[in-house]
Design a protein around this ligand. Structure first.
Ligand SMILES: O=C(O)CCC(=O)C(=O)O
Length: 180
């Protein structure tokens, strides 16, 4: 796991710039081209356009509608060259019922939509739970090991510990480092 977030859009929230999720975002300077970023520098197979070091899973915690800011996505944009600029007109919107999920490749352009609701609107708040996952040989964006008290970590099942970074990437090692 790279990072997690709960993303709530309130009435008037402006659209998020369309972006790709990659390992140095959002710390990369705006001028950085996608090909310059670590996600592409470390592609084990540059000839495979489907390779992405990250995937996103965005789970709706409320209804997501175009009006309250459903995520804008450009299907197929994972195949684009780094210098193609995404346009709003190319977007489709991931309208979802609570509990539904949008899965994206890290290299697919997407971004939170604009919330055009008023505060009186019954569906004015758009809530989304985001989980970004990455290959286990990259450093996590969010260090669960530092932010989770060890007493809680000790009670978590092994598969959760593995997913959240409590194991080292060593091809010859199979058990999580959860006993320390
Ligand atoms: O809130 C959304 O709809 C998308 C969020 C997102 O793309 C991000 O945080 O990188």
């Amino acid at each position: 796991m790279a990072s997690t977030a709960a993303l709530r859009l309130v009435p008037g929230a402006k659209p998020q710039p369309l972006h790709r999720v990659c390992l140095c975002s959002p710390r990369s300077p705006p001028s950085a081209k996608f090909q310059d970023q670590i996600a592409y520098q470390t592609r084990p197979d540059p000839s495979n356009p489907l390779f992405t070091p990250m995937v996103g899973c965005l789970i709706a915690g409320s209804r997501a509608t175009k009006k309250n800011g459903a995520t804008a996505v450009i299907p197929g944009s994972h195949l684009w060259p780094h210098d193609r600029i995404p346009q709003l007109e190319e977007c489709t919107y991931a309208e979802m019922e609570p509990g539904s999920a949008l899965f994206t490749l890290g290299s697919t352009y997407h971004g939170a939509g604009e919330n055009r609701c008023t505060v009186e609107d019954p569906e004015a708040l758009r809530t989304l739970f985001a989980v970004f996952a990455q290959r286990d040989y990259f450093r996590q964006d969010q260090e669960e090991i530092l932010s989770t008290p060890i007493e809680i970590a000790r009670k978590l099942p092994e598969d959760i510990l593995r997913m959240t970074g409590y194991c080292e990437y060593r091809p010859w090692r199979t058990s999580p480092v959860a006993d320390g």
